[in-house]
Design a binder for this molecule. Structure first.
Ligand SMILES: Nc1ncnc2c1ncn2[C@@H]1O[C@H](COP(=O)(O)OP(=O)(O)OP(=O)(O)O)[C@@H](O)[C@H]1O
Ligand SMILES: [Mg+2]
Length: 327
């Protein structure tokens, strides 16, 4: 499949009173047409900021300080964040589903209004066509009696239902890419699983690519074809599902995998948390940011700067000097 989006060396930072927060510090990744990728890392590592940067939804004191976001042959960062080009891409060609639907749905507007507005704005549909399509979309994502519920307000729906509506909304303009930023973390596990399945079915049906952003490797295991592991504003390992789960090579990825329960492990196997805390993103060292927490570290690691992403096998890359394969 052809490449759809490529991010090169993206840097996004926040000027705060305590100093410059390098939230995203030179990340590069790509997504192909109809591909599902996972972006995984601990809280605060820059996942959301990276995706908001792609959509140019960063506001002061934040700024995109460098890099490229190539989509359909154009660098989106050359466009003004509020200009007509970005407005025709945001929500229409690249849609985003946020963690907490109540913050993205307008509480004082009916769902019908919110769904039809998108269709009218981007697809220039008339009132009747937009309403018909909105009902179709609501049924498609599993809202029972959509026709009679379209005039309800967001608070009339449960959290899971609201997230289904967000999925419907994200699909409404037939986007090329959906970015789902922790779309299910606030929901119970059964609803989480149902929504992930729904999203997978929908992107297959609409031939859409999907970026799943999560702190939980387990969530992406079933759905993504490739995974990017992020740590302290950078990507530290990337590869196929088989690479990441079968032969993880970055010490951080290895640590993340030890934190999730596995069915293929002997009963009684203990989960091992990663010791220590992620670094402060102000005054980051030039050496590897994972060093203080790393059990594979070499003398070289505290002398040399953090290495670049290096291919170890096919499409499997790591940013690390230590040969974890040997251990
Ligand atoms: N407006 C802001 N001002 C200052 N720092 C910010 C701002 N927004 C984000 N940051 C910092 O940028 C870093 C990355 O934040 P981001 O929200 O991308 O993390 P995340 O990986 O999405 O975490 P989570 O899993 O908790 O959603 C964090 O250290 C955060 O404190
Ligand atoms: Mg986030």
């Amino acid at each position: 499949m052809a490449e759809l989006l490529r991010v090169n060396n993206l840097v996004t930072q926040f000027k705060t009173e305590s100093g410059l927060v390098k939230a995203v510090d030179g990340i590069s990744y790509y997504i192909d047409e109809q591909e599902i990728i996972g972006l995984v890392g601990e809280s605060g590592c820059g996942k959301s900021v990276s995706q908001l940067s792609v959509m140019q939804l960063i506001s002061a004191p934040g700024e995109i300080a460098g890099g490229e976001v190539i989509f359909e042959g154009q660098n989106l960062l050359n466009y003004h964040a509020n200009g007509p080009e970005m407005r025709s891409i945001r929500g229409a060609k690249i849609a985003m589903i946020f963690q907490e639907p109540m913050t993205s749905l307008n509480p004082v507007l009916t769902l019908g209004r919110q769904l039809t507005e998108m269709l009218q704005l981007h697809l220039k549909m008339n009132d009747d066509a937009a309403r018909k399509r909105a009902v179709e979309l609501m049924s498609m994502v599993g809202i029972p009696s959509a026709e009679s519920r379209i005039d309800d307000y967001p608070h009339h729906f449960s959290g899971g239902m609201r997230q289904r509506i967000m999925i419907a909304m994200s699909l409404s303009c037939n986007p090329k890419i959906i970015i789902a930023d922790e779309p299910t973390t606030s929901l119970d596990v059964t609803t989480q699983a149902q929504l992930m399945e729904l999203m997978k079915d929908m992107v297959e049906r609409f031939h859409t690519s999907l970026v799943i952003v999560t702190h939980n490797l387990g969530v992406v295991a079933r759905y993504a074809q490739r995974i990017y592991i992020m740590y302290a504003g950078r990507i530290v390992e990337s590869g196929t599902i088989k690479d990441i789960f079968g032969t993880p090579r970055h010490p951080y990825t290895i640590g993340l995998l030890k934190c999730i329960p596995r069915l293929d492990e002997e009963e009684g196997t203990k989960l091992v948390p990663i010791n220590g805390l992620p670094p402060n993103l102000i005054n980051m060292p030039s050496t590897c940011a994972f060093l203080p927490r790393c059990s594979y570290r070499l003398d070289k690691c505290s002398r040399e700067p953090w290495p670049p992403m290096t291919a170890i096998d096919g499409n499997h890359y790591i940013r690390c000097y230590a040969d974890t394969k040997e251990k």
